[in-house]
Design a binder for this molecule. Structure first.
Ligand SMILES: [Zn+2]
Length: 308
């Protein structure tokens, strides 16, 4: 069968009708200001030290092309995650993401923050401006989530109930700041946070799953997990945890890492569909939640509750 990264295979194309969902809701996609995107692409092309492997990107279009490619793949809502790796950068990224959300109705209004003295003020400003989703990347940012400079921001975000995609697992390459322990401490301080663990917390699946089970607002995104690329290179998601993944129910969200992936976007969906062969509880109802309903509920209830 020919593989076209821009066209859904029939089985995936048939899913929305079969599951009774409007389309796909991808909570973990990356759109960022063109100069930043160019640097990110260069990094993947060079297979940077945080990657630890070759990473040939499948999608290289400009913003307009990428948006229409997602639309053609049936993705009705998506995010625009960016993340800062140094001080003084987050608000540049946030301004761009804000304008992008104004231009593209399907996109969630996204933001990021970094441990710096200005964080409390600009996080407050973004919350007042209707930010719908934050992204924090502990591995790239190289900071403690428990940094005192972030304490007020976490408090504000918890109070507002705005979700945060948090890349805190030690994949693809660990550093001293990654892993579940600092996140467990963060949740002890702010138990109301709505954290979505990127890549299901890989490779510390069990510990991050445990946090998601324990805290009502905490869940996982599927980004790259179960794909053949990920399974070959990293410690795959263990079969013995699949029942617990099913039990997490409405706290599991489709994420893909589009466009920075070395395989077609739809491969992520395909591998989620195939999970039922390993665990029957990962059935159509679970899938409909992951691919659409869970995120729709999370973000629609927020925008309904916070409409001006
Ligand atoms: Zn990502």
């Amino acid at each position: 069968m020919p593989v076209d990264p821009f066209v859904l295979p029939d089985e995936v194309a048939a899913l929305p009708a079969r599951l009774g969902i409007e389309g796909f809701f991808d909570v973990h996609t990356h759109f960022m200001a063109p100069p930043v995107m160019a640097k990110v692409r260069q990094y993947f092309d060079d297979a940077g030290p945080l990657l630890g492997r070759p990473w040939p990107l499948t999608y290289r279009g400009d913003e307009t092309e990428l948006v229409s490619q997602l639309g053609a793949l049936g993705v009705r809502r998506f995010s625009a995650l960016s993340y800062a790796h140094k001080p003084g950068m987050a608000e540049f990224l946030n301004d761009w993401a804000d304008a992008f959300a104004d231009r593209v109705p399907a996109v969630l209004r996204c933001g990021t923050f970094f441990p710096e003295p200005e964080a409390t003020a600009y996080v407050g400003k973004r919350l007042a401006g209707g930010v719908e989703l934050f992204k924090v990347h502990v591995q790239v940012g190289a900071f403690w989530v428990t940094d005192p400079l972030l304490d007020e921001s976490w408090g504000q975000i918890a109070e507002a109930g705005v979700p945060v995609v948090l890349h805190a697992g030690s994949g693809p390459v660990p550093n001293e700041f990654t892993g579940p322990a600092p996140v467990a401490e963060l949740l002890r301080r702010h138990p109301g946070l709505r954290l979505l663990f990127a890549h299901a917390g890989a490779p510390e699946y069990e510990e991050f799953l445990g946090l998601a089970e324990r805290y009502p607002g905490v869940g996982l995104d599927t980004t790259m997990v179960f794909t053949s690329f990920f399974d070959e290179m990293d410690s795959p998601f263990p079969d013995r945890l699949l029942g617990r993944l099913a039990a997490l129910g409405d706290k599991v969200f489709l994420g893909s890492d589009f466009p920075n992936i070395p395989y077609p976007w739809w491969h992520q969906v395909e591998v989620l569909v195939a999970l039922r062969e390993r665990e029957p509880l990962l059935d159509d109802a679970w899938l409909a939640g992951v691919l659409w309903h869970n995120a729709e509920r999370l973000f629609e209830s927020r925008s309904a509750g916070s409409a001006p």
